[in-house]
Design a protein around this ligand. Structure first.
Ligand code: ADP
Ligand code: MG
Length: 235
């Protein structure tokens, strides 16, 4: 049944990846909070997209993840949804989840998806960038921080923000991050993540394509990742 479901939706997953979840109604059984499922349905979505089917259980298992699926296939909610499920409820720390996007425009789109997903709930999410840079050091409570590489590194160097509490880290649109030359910023920001050392941080990479540079980066920053891709195996 699992094999048939994966075949139908062209889901490829490395051995050990938990079974995909076929519908929103099946999500609560695998630990997705009821409010989240309600919000997903209220958005008018009839079913999870293939990358969401596979990423909810994969990310909720705590593993590092390398995921690829075409543009427009719902990757943002494929990581934001399960991350919120893992976080459980809003907290008091700064950036328990941190999303790195290649541009301000893409970061804003990520934040828009966060806003849609958390309607009616007390989650805090925002763009941490130039506009909020001055005040960044004053932001204490922030569940989900979305940022771009240059600003992030700059604020870390200037000690304006701390990633001491960051437990879930996503490099979104990883192929674009590398195309734009952000590999040095990715390396540098990781040195500011204390939880990365003891394996207490879950690192994930999402990408539309998987060129060798993306696979190489995954090899150097992910630990025994689950590899998930949708569509052509070698796309
Ligand atoms: P990607 O990052 O893969 O390019 P996005 O996360 O930006 O794609 O999603 C593209 C669009 O699809 C967004 O408008 C999003 O709200 C919508 N979307 C997400 N999940 C679903 C779903 N399960 N059903 C229908 N539309 C969805
Ligand atoms: Mg995207």
């Amino acid at each position: 049944m699992v094999a048939a479901l994966r075949r139908k939706h062209r889901i490829h997953a490395s051995p050990g990846t938990p079974d995909p979840v076929a519908s929103f109604d099946a999500m609560p059984q695998s630990g997705v909070p009821a409010w989240l499922v309600r919000n997903l349905k209220s958005l008018g979505f009839s079913q999870p997209t293939p990358i969401q089917m596979q990423c909810f259980p994969a990310i909720m298992s705590g593993s590092h993840v390398l995921a690829s699926a075409p543009t427009g296939s719902g990757k943002t909610i494929a990581f934001l949804g399960p991350i919120l499920a893992c976080l459980g409820k809003p907290g008091k720390d700064f950036a328990r989840a941190l999303i790195v996007d290649p541009s301000r425009e893409l970061a804003k789109q990520t934040l828009d998806e966060f806003t849609k997903l958390t309607v009616g709930r007390k989650w805090n999410g925002r763009l941490v960038d130039r506009m909020s840079g001055e005040k960044a050091g004053n932001i204490r409570r922030l569940d989900v921080a979305v940022c771009t590489p240059l600003r992030l590194v700059q604020m870390l160097r200037e000690n304006r923000i701390s990633l001491d509490a960051t437990k879930h880290l996503v490099f979104d649109e990883a192929d674009k991050l590398l195309d734009l030359g952000f590999a040095p910023q990715i390396d540098e920001m990781l040195t500011f993540c204390p939880k990365a050392d003891g394996g207490l941080m879950q690192t994930m990479m999402f990408s539309a394509t998987l060129p060798p540079v993306v696979v190489d980066l995954a090899g150097s920053i992910l630990t025994s990742p689950l590899r998930i891709s949708i569509g052509d195996v070698n796309a």
